[in-house]
Design a protein around this ligand. Structure first.
Ligand SMILES: [Zn+2]
Length: 192
């Protein structure tokens, strides 16, 4: 079992057929995940293709995560919480400036993704919309969005199976609103 400390991130490889378990150890903590084809980094996770092919904006167990080249990257085998977001981009330094008028340095998923993915020759501009595990984004019938506290409780997890060799970036999200005001770690395990 690996620990991602609060407001930080990791990057690692996962082989086709291996499984990844992402766990919220304390509850109410979001984890942003991005995927790249380990053999060709220009192929990466696509929110648009996933919502198109899965015919849903709510992605959970039984759904797949698809690439910009319309290939399956992962399948979600289990999801004990059942609420994730695939609409919003990773929080970035600008998120805190534009949305909260916060001018000082603030840790962000974007920075934690690109600094950790640099060792795999992935650049900041390569980061796609992340699959936001445990993130509770609600929307009304007019399309108005709100970021609500996660519904995840301590021990909730998602289990993914890789459908190709992957490079993965994974965070413990740094945004106050996404995590009900407090920052917690994320745990993960690689199985098989
Ligand atoms: Zn974040």
């Amino acid at each position: 079992m690996h620990i991602i400390k609060k407001q930080s991130g990791v990057a690692f490889k996962l082989k086709e057929g291996q499984k990844l378990k992402v766990i919220d150890p304390k509850g109410e903590q979001v984890s942003d995940m991005v995927l790249f084809n380990a053999k060709d980094r220009k192929e990466k996770l696509s929110s648009g293709k996933t919502m198109d092919f899965e015919a849903s904006i709510l992605i959970s167990s039984g759904n797949a995560l698809w690439s910009n080249r319309s290939q399956k990257m992962m399948e979600i085998l289990e999801d004990t919480n059942g609420r994730n977001d695939f609409l919003l981009a990773p929080c970035s330094p600008e998120t805190f400036k534009v949305m909260y008028n916060y001018d000082a340095y603030h840790p962000s998923c974007y920075e934690n993704l690109y600094t950790n993915l640099e060792k795999f020759d992935i650049q900041p501009d390569d980061i796609p919309t992340a699959f936001n595990i445990f993130m509770n984004v609600q929307f009304d019938e007019k399309g108005k969005i709100s970021v609500d506290p996660p519904l995840s409780q301590a021990g909730d997890y998602l289990l993914f199976e890789a459908k190709m060799d992957l490079i993965i970036g994974l965070t413990a999200c740094s945004a106050e609103d996404s995590n009900n005001g407090s920052f917690k770690p994320i745990h993960y395990e690689i199985l098989g």
